[in-house]
Design a protein around this ligand. Structure first.
Ligand SMILES: NC(=O)c1ccc[n+]([C@@H]2O[C@H](COP(=O)([O-])OP(=O)(O)OC[C@H]3O[C@@H](n4cnc5c(N)ncnc54)[C@H](O)[C@@H]3O)[C@@H](O)[C@H]2O)c1
Length: 402
């Protein structure tokens, strides 16, 4: 069987360090091209991968020149819709990192294009390939805790503070963090529950810490903080200094910044931003199930902590500790599962995601994470953004009205 030829759109962290490395090692795939408006980043990406790749500044040019079986879209969220629509219209299959798009309207445009062209579009919901969550789903599906009626996920993510150092801090670039980050988690809820339709969403979120008032050191008169970590006069004393592994020898060095002004280490305290550093969102589904998702990016802890309550018991799970505990409702016999570590990014989920996509393209597996699934998680995220910005409960049907 011939190797499937891949192009990557967006030669950034996910494009190179995750998908580039995985495709490079996959026996059924070959990475042939990169597409990114920034030539320095493409060159550095190819160097890091140790591959000779063709470079394109636009997807149109890449599709014209290359005979690709599939593209992986890892551009910033705001560009997903236009990138996906163009690839699908050109007859190319798509693996798109989450979120599908930053609005329900954008997702529907992608879905309609995929239906018309008959091409595969699969979402990079890598959490579904995480062994802990797979086991959690199988425990729920086996009916061990009866009918589930309440779920909670508390996500504590130290790395999330760096969202305030780059495009993720801007609502216009990612549709807000309830979509950029939360779309993972809203998808996990829907997947664990076998896809009930979400009906109502509420949320509270904001910036409590990553603002100039909370700079964690004394600022000397006349010496400004920032603008980036590698330029900052306080680099030696700032406990939040963000070093993207030797910035001057990376795709994020000044030579790359000179092309597009995209520095990845803007000061997280002084950068202009309109997304949250913590928040809580709640969802009610058509079958009366309720779920709550907390995300906090100011924390020394990195974990997703799940509580699932059903008519026959309760489950507590930790993604980082890789444990699942099942508490039966009328007995003290707690069952604990310890899930072994797996190799690869996101607890072994990233390589499994790519492998799954390749099997879908070969017709060996059905598409597990469809554009429709991507749309529902974006819908909950979009509703949560409206809810927090307008201080109200949002009905999902509002998003489908025009
Ligand atoms: N599934 C996950 O666990 C996970 C984790 C992190 C990020 N993501 C997603 O991956 C995507 C990329 O995130 P990242 O952290 O790698 O970002 P990044 O900033 O590191 O890289 C983005 C790259 O896209 C390029 N780019 C900008 N505009 C473009 C365009 N119009 N066409 C093509 N390329 C363009 C940039 O120059 C940059 O090189 C985002 O959609 C993000 O939501 C997913």
């Amino acid at each position: 069987m011939e190797n499937l030829k891949f192009g990557i759109i967006g030669a950034g962290s996910r494009g190179i360090a995750a998908f580039g490395e995985i495709i490079k090692k996959h026996p059924g795939a070959e990475l042939v091209a990169l597409c990114d408006p920034n030539p320095v980043r493409m060159k550095e990406g190819a160097r890091i991968l140790g591959l000779e790749l063709n470079f394109y500044g636009s997807i149109t040019e890449m599709i014209k020149q290359e005979k690709l079986d599939a593209v992986v879209i890892t551009s910033p969220d705001f560009y997903h819709e236009e990138n996906a629509v163009e690839a699908l219209k050109s007859g190319i299959n798509v693996l798109i990192d989450k979120p599908l798009a930053t609005t329900v309207k954008g997702c529907r445009n992608i879905i309609e294009t995929a239906e018309k062209t008959g091409k595969v579009i699969m979402i990079g919901f890598n959490l579904r390939h995480n062994a802990v969550l797979k086991r959690l789903k199988s425990i729920i599906s086996a009916g061990t805790v009866g009918d589930v009626f309440l779920l909670e996920n508390r996500e504590f993510y130290d790395g999330g503070r760096t969202y305030m150092s780059r495009w993720n801090r801007s609502y216009a670039k990612c549709g807000g963090l309830w979509i950029h980050k939360g779309s993972h988690d809203f998808d996990v809820f829907q997947w664990l529950l076998d896809f009930p339709k979400p009906v109502k969403v509420s949320s509270f979120a904001g910036i409590n810490v990553l603002n100039p008032e909370h700079i964690p050191f004394e600022v000397a008169p006349g010496t400004k903080v920032g603008p980036t970590c590698h330029q900052c006069a306080y680099g030696d004393i700032c406990p939040d200094k963000y070093t993207i592994a030797d910035i001057q020898n990376s795709p994020w060095k000044d030579e790359a910044v000179a092309v597009d002004g995209y520095a990845k280490d803007l000061c997280m305290y002084t950068s202009d931003k309109d997304n949250h550093d913590n928040g809580i969102a709640m969802v009610e589904y058509e079958n009366g199930i309720r779920a709550s998702h907390l995300e906090c990016f100011i924390t020394p802890i990195n974990d997703r902590l799940y509580t699932i309550v059903g008519t026959l018991g309760q489950i507590e799970a930790s993604l980082t500790k890789r444990t699942i505990k099942v508490f039966p409702r009328w007995s003290s016999e707690v069952v604990t599962y310890e899930i072994p570590e797996e190799e690869g990014g996101h607890g072994g989920a990233d390589p499994k995601l790519v492998d799954y996509f390749i099997k879908v393209l070969r017709g060996e597996l059905p598409n597990g994470s469809t554009a429709e699934h991507g749309m529902w998680s974006t819908a909950v995220g979009q509703a949560a953004e409206i809810a927090r910005r307008e201080s109200r409960v949002v009905e999902i049907k509002e998003l489908f009205e025009n």
